[in-house]
Each structure stands twice: as structure tokens, then as C-alpha cells.
Design a protein around this ligand. Structure first.
Ligand SMILES: [Fe+2]
Ligand SMILES: [Fe+2]
Length: 296
């Protein structure tokens, strides 16, 4: 066995031990029948996409709480879509590898955790009492294609964009007493388990970049930027604005023009963008999409 494979399996073994010591079953850990607390935000007020706009000023406090509840459901819906893509990619990786290796066993362990996360987000949406927001049919089709084909840096970057952007928002909320207790509990479980996934994917991405030629890097940079844009644009499903009686198109346009909302997206991407930049994965020919995404 090569030295690279030895360290790779050592990392996987450490992650497997950590999983055995600290993982959660949301069905048992969360009291799903507890009523939602009145007057609590489901995402922080300053992270609401319309916060700071005249449209926001025109809403009642109850409408603002409703909007934050639907916004949280929208992020959870996007999370489910991303987890499904991730599970398909990790299953492909496991299927083509050596099942006796720590790396493949960890990939399967991660699939098991993501499967629980998907159900946890689904139950969260159900409990929040909102529609199950989901990216549209075109984006869904692109996701299916990507999850069937992606490999190397683009695959790991896709996993990390999905995990690290949501992680950043969840960490900000975990200790915020103004946030709905159920949302904080879901976030806490996700943060702990995602820390392992992020560590695994970052290490895999570094290795993948080393094996990728300069010419191939151009292709990866393009697909990663395209995906970054899709994730950023689908954090807030325009249909959420209906919950506050607003026209989705008008409100969506106002949110995209809102500098505070752009700053929220940049905040979400701050850590992963620095990492991707260090790995040479942010650059031409992807810059058009990165600029439009507000992640930079
Ligand atoms: Fe997850
Ligand atoms: Fe994950």
C-alpha cells in the first residue's frame, strides 16, 4: 500500500472512530411533538433576505416571523436536494473502491449520516408547516446529471459548497437565543456531524487537485463556479415571499438588489471560497458565475 493510501486510510479510521463515539439519531434526540415557540426567528432577523429594504419595513412583525420560518424551510429544502446529490456521489465512490479500505467504509458511513440528515430536514419542514421548497425541474435535472458524472475536484468542491455554506449559517444560529429551539437543535446535530464530512472532503479535494492537469482544472473551475451560483441562488426560493403576501418576482428582485442579502451570501461562502481559492479552483473561466453568485 502506498504512503498516500496509508495516510488516507488513517484519516478515515480516525473519522470512523469519531463517528462511533459521537453521532446522533434525530428521531430520538429531538422532541418532534413539542410546539413551536411563539415570537422566535427560524433564521436570524438580519439574515432575512429582505431585511433592510422598504418591503421589510412594510411588513408586520408576524409576517416577518412567517417569512423567516419559510426561509428556514427553503434552506432545508435546498439541503435535502444537496444531500441527495452527495449521497449518490459517495455511493458511486464506494461502489468503485475497495470495501475493505477505511476510505470506502467512511464514505458509506457518511452516506448513512446524510440519509438521517435528509429525514431530519424533511421532518423540520413538516413541523415548520410550510411547503416543501425545492429547486425547479431544470436545476433538479442538472443535479441528477452532475451526481451521475462528477469526479475529482468538481465533485469534492460541490460537496464542500453544500456543506460549508449551510454550516456557516447554522453555527451562527446555534447559540442565538432568539432562534426557534427546534431549529437550533437540528443545527447542533448537523454541525457536529458535518465537521467530519468537511474534514474528509477537504482532504480528498486537495488530493484530487494534485492529480488534475492544468487543462482539466479549467473545466473543474467552470463547473464549480456554475454550481456555486446555483446553490447561492436557491438558498431562498422566491415562493417563500408568498407567506408574507408579497409577489414572489418583485420580492425576489428586491432581495437580489439588497446589499445586506448579498453580504449574507458572501458570509455563507467566506470559508469555502478561501479554501477553494487556495486550491486554485476560483478563477477563469468561472468568474462570470462567481461574481453573479455574490459568494465572492
Ligand atoms: Fe448533512
Ligand atoms: Fe455532510
Amino acid at each position: 500500500m502506498s504512503t498516500a493510501n496509508t495516510t488516507r486510510d488513517q484519516t478515515a479510521d480516525r473519522l470512523l472512530r469519531s463517528t462511533a463515539a459521537r453521532s446522533y439519531d434525530p428521531e430520538l434526540e429531538i422532541n418532534w411533538s413539542a410546539p413551536l415557540r411563539d415570537g422566535a426567528w427560524c433564521i436570524p432577523e438580519h439574515r432575512c433576505s429582505l431585511y433592510g429594504t422598504p418591503l421589510w419595513d412594510g411588513l408586520t412583525q408576524a409576517q416577518r416571523f412567517d417569512l423567516s420560518r419559510h426561509a428556514a424551510a427553503s434552506v432545508a429544502g435546498l439541503g435535502i436536494w444537496l444531500e441527495m446529490i452527495l449521497m449518490r456521489m459517495l455511493t458511486r465512490l464506494a461502489g468503485s473502491g475497495d470495501v475493505t479500505s477505511g476510505r470506502v467504509q467512511y464514505a458509506l458511513t457518511e452516506v448513512a449520516e446524510e440519509c438521517r440528515h435528509t429525514i431530519m430536514f424533511a421532518r423540520l419542514i413538516e413541523t415548520l408547516g410550510t411547503p416543501a421548497y425545492h429547486p425547479g425541474p431544470v436545476i433538479s435535472a442538472l443535479g441528477r446529471l452532475f451526481s451521475a458524472r462528477a469526479s475529482g475536484p468538481a465533485m469534492w468542491a460541490a460537496i464542500l459548497l453544500g456543506e460549508e455554506i449551510t454550516d456557516r449559517f447554522q453555527r451562527e444560529m446555534a447559540d442565538d437565543a432568539s432562534i426557534q429551539p427546534l431549529v437550533r437543535m437540528v443545527n447542533r446535530i448537523h454541525i457536529i456531524e458535518e465537521a467530519r464530512h468537511i474534514g474528509f472532503a477537504r482532504e480528498e479535494l486537495r488530493r484530487a487537485v494534485e492529480r488534475t492537469s492544468a487543462g482539466q482544472m479549467l473545466v473543474h473551475r467552470y463547473f464549480i463556479a456554475r454550481l456555486g451560483y446555483i446553490i447561492a441562488r436557491n438558498l431562498v426560493n422566491p415562493q417563500v415571499y408568498r407567506a408574507a403576501g408579497l409577489d414572489p418576482r418583485t420580492a425576489h428582485r428586491a432581495a437580489l438588489a439588497n446589499l445586506l442579502h448579498r453580504e449574507t451570501i458572501r458570509f455563507g461562502g467566506e470559508k469555502i471560497m478561501t479554501f477553494l481559492g487556495d486550491q486554485g479552483l476560483v478563477g477563469p473561466p468561472g468568474m462570470f458565475w462567481w461574481r453573479r453568485s455574490f459568494l465572492l
